[in-house]
Design a protein around this ligand. Structure first.
Ligand SMILES: N[C@@H](CCC(=O)N[C@@H](CS)C(=O)NCC(=O)O)C(=O)O
Length: 246
């Protein structure tokens, strides 16, 4: 278990956050879960990062800020002082900002975070309504989720992507501008889970070409390909397949 350095001033902690060559340790279960995009950003950033899982979660849970993972431990390579950062959206914004996954200006950042949040919200509903459902009502909850939420998400994201392409905001098929962002990574890592549940019903080349293009752009990124071929990722892919079927 990693422990954060105690009794640092807020200035000292800020300095660590702003540091250039920080070392990271990201703690989560050994499947994709909610952190596909966060893991991808860290891996693609070229930073020194270790992906690990808790050794004894019930014991470690009590020591964390809110009792949940992901946990990101950030260590200053010189002083070896370590911070514990929590809450997925905050980790995504911090890493996205630091390693250039939030677009090229304030508007792009705003929109990337909005699309990211909307997609995360879809995945969170899946976890709450389906994954955590009592087995006796899971099939019904799955039906409700698929009917009520996947189509709505797909329709709005496709409409936004088409409008961005038409307006010259989305270039090459990314959500924003001409580079891969957190929004692209989030969609590309959530779409396989959604298509596993709903097939081609809502998300397909024919129905949502913009969304499928985002996925294609992510899969074609050399840094992402390298990450997908890594030993860490092989484990996450395998465990996700075994436990969740996608
Ligand atoms: N608000 C938290 C929620 C995270 C969350 O629900 N984490 C789950 C895994 S996806 C977890 O830690 N489960 C184990 C536990 O609660 O003990 C965030 O956004 O990071």
């Amino acid at each position: 278990m990693i422990t954060a350095t105690k009794n640092l001033s807020t200035e000292a902690m800020s300095k660590i956050l702003e540091g250039e060559n920080n070392e990271y340790s990201l703690i989560y279960f050994p499947f994709h879960g909610v952190i596909g995009a966060l893991r991808a950003m860290l891996a693609m950033s070229g930073a020194n990062v270790t992906f690990a899982q808790p050794e004894d979660w019930p014991a470690e849970k009590k020591e964390t800020q809110f009792g949940h993972m992901p946990l990101l431990y950030v260590t200053d390579p010189t002083t070896k002082q370590t911070l514990e950062l929590t809450e997925l959206s905050v980790l995504e914004e911090h890493i996205g900002q630091k390693y250039n996954f939030l677009g090229s200006n304030a508007w792009e950042s705003n929109q990337i975070l909005a699309y990211n949040s909307a997609t995360q919200s879809l995945f969170d509903k899946f976890v709450t309504l389906v994954v955590r459902a009592d087995p006796a009502i899971r099939a019904k909850m799955l039906e409700t989720f698929v009917k009520g939420f996947i189509g709505e998400w797909a329709e709005h994201h496709e409409r936004g992507l088409q409008a961005n392409v038409a307006g010259g905001i989305s270039k090459q098929g990314y959500y924003m501008g001409d580079k891969l962002s957190l929004a692209d990574l989030k969609t590309a890592t959530v779409v396989p889970a959604m298509r596993n549940l709903s097939g081609d019903k809502f998300i397909s080349e024919e129905k949502t070409p913009g969304i499928m293009k985002v996925c294609e752009m992510v899969e074609a990124d050399e840094r992402y390909k390298k990450w997908k071929a890594s030993d860490d990722m092989k484990v996450f892919i395998e465990v996700t397949k075994q436990r969740f079927g996608y």
